[in-house]
Design a protein around this ligand. Sequence first.
Ligand code: GLN
Length: 445
Amino acid sequence: EHLLARIERHDGALNSFITVTAEQALAAADAADAARARGEAGPLPGLPLALKDIFCTRGVKTSCGSRMLDNFTAPYDAGVVEKLADAGTVSLGKTNMDEFAMGSSNENSFFGPVKNPWDLGAVPGGSSGGSAAAVAAGLVPAALGTDTGGSIRQPAAFCGITGLKPTYGRVSRYGMIAYASSLDQAGPMARSAADCAHLLGVLAGHDLRDSTSVARGVPDYAADLDAPLSGLKIGLPREYFGDGLSPEVEGAVREAVKVYESLGASVREVSLPHTHYAIPAYYVIAPAEASSNLSRYDGVRFGHRCEDPADLMDLYKRTRAEGFGEEVKRRILIGTHTLSEGFFDAYYKKAQKVRRLIRQDFLDAFDEVDVLMGPASPTPAFDLGAKKDPVSMYLQDIYTIAINLAGIPGISVPAGFANGRPVGLQILGTHFAEARLLNVAHQFQ
Ligand code: GLN
């Protein structure tokens, strides 16, 4: 009730929620209390949280930030939504996001931009900007996000919270609306690494309904949070401290690294030589997968349908023209082009080869060091409306996108401020090294 009142009072200014499910939340809270009284409570009984509006929730609107799904009520719960409910958590609602998770500022939402709680003139980051802003403003202690190229880590950095993108396959994608299926991964956003550890323990695990989810035991992510860091080998990728990095962000990140040295870690420079190919490769692969995934929004099966179509082609064309926003259309066009005959080998296949090289860069680095550290984003949160050119927006993701191409986990933790706005320190580990990342992040906090 306290948090619902806070949402009522503050979310008019922030716009972090698309749907608030007050009645369901109060009923779920009562159910959690009753389960606790019976001694049958799950691991997180009564924990209030929010879900990015990309996760299907039975009986509740699931819009994915799009006009296309503004009228869509999901008939089932996503795998992670089920798991969170079984753990006893209470969802307060669905958070705002860039349309179909395409964006880095939350300005691409059909439901309007989200404001950064630290400065209402700044963006909260994207695409999980609603989740990040809601946690930062104390409307919920935790939220669920998704990360295809940085959408958990960059908004976490911009809003001064902690956000973890797990290894690809660690968390089920069942019922999570697909953007780029080979890159999409859900993860926790919260105030601390310890909170993320407790949430990941609930979220992780095999799901037969997602063939890319990995059948591998789920460790107790909270067990080693306090393990000492003496002997930890930290690598600083040379390519993450070059041109385009704001000096204030660099200063905050280097200060954070010094804290780790004082905790007994050793630091050395490493190289990820294919870093500059990450954005071009991503903006071939992600739009290609998106153009295929978004072909299902045709006005026939579900979602928006245009008025009075003259014939089938008219129905498709007008439905998609009306239902999708500008950025989504741009990506469908790019993806359709790069997948078309004659261009497939030149673009899509080439990008897949580059992806392999990028992955190998990380594996080589992890032969030498335990974790990599660098900035989550080249600048702190920018002003609303400041980036009109799509390419300048795409360049925002320079330090986050390669991680998704490689499938490895990454976490952003608050590391001070630059020009009064939060800075995120990004920590990367090899596949399935989440427990180590959480331990390293926790020691800083
Ligand atoms: N900003 C990137 C994009 O627009 C990444 C988004 C994401 O991780 N969902 O595609």
